[in-house]
Design a protein around this ligand. Structure first.
Ligand SMILES: Cc1cc2nc3c(=O)[nH]c(=O)nc-3n(C[C@H](O)[C@H](O)[C@H](O)COP(=O)(O)OP(=O)(O)OC[C@H]3O[C@@H](n4cnc5c(N)ncnc54)[C@H](O)[C@@H]3O)c2cc1C
Length: 448
């Protein structure tokens, strides 16, 4: 079985990093990407600037692979847009991986060869069987010694409805709803928002990005209005760690959004759990909360309420998932916004990411399930450890080779009702993670 490839699902930042890490371990990665290019999901938010420095969004093994191709890296201190992340890093990385990356190829199922999930026999001796559908409609079945699912969550945004299901009427008015941060530099998009009333739903970094962009438009286009609706009862914790954030650009984004609120550029409605979207005159809609509050006269709704994993094509393997977050059982307690609301998690790897199904791992954004605050560098450490585990180097798999930055604030998505709980948490204790040991990065064989 060890002659078989390790299939990686998705050629996003974490999938490609997994391929680089696997190759460095002497394994054969085979990446299937449903989109036409590397970073197909990142490419859809190409106008947004990353809050991490360039040096923080590149995987160490990927850098070593790229360095061997004569690649010129951007300035370590630069903050790239999504578009630049794709162009300057993910595309050359996929090129360097060559035939190991297959585009226009969607993974539509994973199973144990010859068995559905009910059969016990052979689960640790038979290979995994990966079902793919290619762009030309053909189907294939590829055997793998292990599978790393790094397919992200971008394709499955959360709905507007406060209960996690679409609000009543949400689907019927989908023409006025956008589930991404609008690119207001695109004239065709800008005209949809200029002089209009937009409701922004959500309290994460994407919502802050949308607030900053629309507040700038409001200053230029008369009649532009913004209403920011939040489930949580308090707006203060939404702005993040500000100057206490160890990622300064992330902190600065929160401060800019706060300034827009302080300057009165938007109307903030807290404690609003959307139950229904009602059509109104002139192609407008009204948002109705479960308590009967109404936000009237809305032209556009920008829903930025997070993402959830698509588990539909993993029905035939045995996953160990937390019932709350849909994240691997051992990882979930580290990232649960209900109890561990700081935007930090200690680095983790193969142990926390494994499942009852041998050789199957969730990695990257998808591994966080519904928890927010995933960072690319977390994913790079995940796949370094997973590659080591698949290669049989359990000592390296268990080692921690990264210290993650803190947000400097507590108050995750699970704490939306309890501002006092947020305040307590921000005084310190809730992120009581063990101090990881920082070790020098070394490659197998000492090449790092
Ligand atoms: C707007 C935004 C800004 C962010 N900024 C930062 C930042 O500054 N710093 C930071 O550290 N993190 C940031 N993140 C978080 C995170 O690092 C990124 O979301 C990152 O892209 C996650 O990488 P990923 O590889 O796990 O998933 P993705 O980038 O989503 O890649 C998954 C890939 O899998 C493909 N795919 C999906 N399903 C299938 C399938 N069934 N078969 C084959 N292919 C499939 C997709 O097409 C996609 O190419 C940001 C996220 C967002 C949304």
């Amino acid at each position: 079985m060890t002659d078989l490839p390790v299939v990686v699902v998705g050629a996003g930042p974490i999938g490609l990093a997994a391929a680089a890490e696997l190759r460095e371990r002497g394994l054969t990665p085979l990446v299937f990407e449903r989109g036409p290019k590397a970073g197909a999901a990142v490419d859809q938010w190409n106008h947004i600037r990353l809050f991490s420095r360039w040096s923080e969004v590149i995987d160490p093994a990927a850098r070593r692979l790229l360095d061997r191709t004569g690649w010129t890296a951007p300035d370590d201190e630069a903050y790239l847009t999504g578009q630049e992340w794709v162009r300057e890093y993910l595309t050359p990385l996929a090129d360097a991986l060559g035939d190991a990356v297959q585009f226009d190829t969607e993974v539509v199922g994973v199973a144990r060869r010859g068995r559905d999930r009910v059969v016990d026999a052979g689960r640790d001796t038979e290979p995994l069987s990966v079902h793919v559908r290619r762009g030309d409609g053909t189907e294939d079945r590829v055997l793998a010694q292990a599978v790393v699912d790094a397919s992200g969550t971008w394709g499955t945004p959360n709905p507007l409805g406060g209960e996690g299901l679409p609000a009543l009427g949400e689907q019927a008015v989908s023409n006025v709803i956008e589930y991404r941060v609008p690119d207001l530099d695109d004239p065709a998009v800008r005209v949809q928002y200029a002089g209009k009333h937009t409701a922004i739903a959500g309290g994460g970094h994407s919502a802050l990005n949308a607030i900053v962009a629309l507040a700038a438009l409001e200053k230029e286009a008369p009649g532009t209005r913004i209403t920011w609706i939040l489930r949580r009862g308090d707006v203060a914790s939404t702005f993040g760690g500000g100057e206490a954030d160890q990622l300064p650009a992330r902190g600065a984004l929160g401060l800019r959004a706060k300034k827009a609120v302080d300057d009165g550029l938007l109307h903030v409605v807290t404690g609003f759990r959307t139950a229904a979207v009602e059509p109104a005159d002139q192609d407008q809609v009204a948002l109705v909360s479960d308590a009967g509050q109404r936000v009237e006269g809305v032209d556009r709704v920008v829903v930025l309420t997070g993402f959830r994993p698509d588990l539909s094509w993993l029905s035939e393997i045995r996953l160990g998932l937390d019932p709350v977050l849909q994240a691997p059982t051992e990882l979930a307690p580290l990232i649960d916004p209900n109890v561990h609301s700081c935007g930090t998690v200690y680095p983790h790897g193969a142990k926390e990411l494994s499942h009852p199904e041998p050789g199957f791992y969730l990695a990257g954004m998808k591994s966080y399930g519904r928890a927010p605050t995933f960072l690319a560098m977390t994913g790079y450490e995940q796949v370094r450890s997973i590659a080591a585990a698949i290669a049989g180097d359990h000592e390296a798999a268990a080692r921690v080779e990264l210290i993650l930055p803190e947000t400097g604030v507590c108050g995750g998505a699970g704490v939306f009702d309890e501002p006092d709980a947020d305040a307590d948490a921000s005084e310190g204790g809730c992120c009581g993670a063990p101090q990881p040991e920082l070790v020098t990065l070394t490659a197998p064989g000492g090449a790092r």
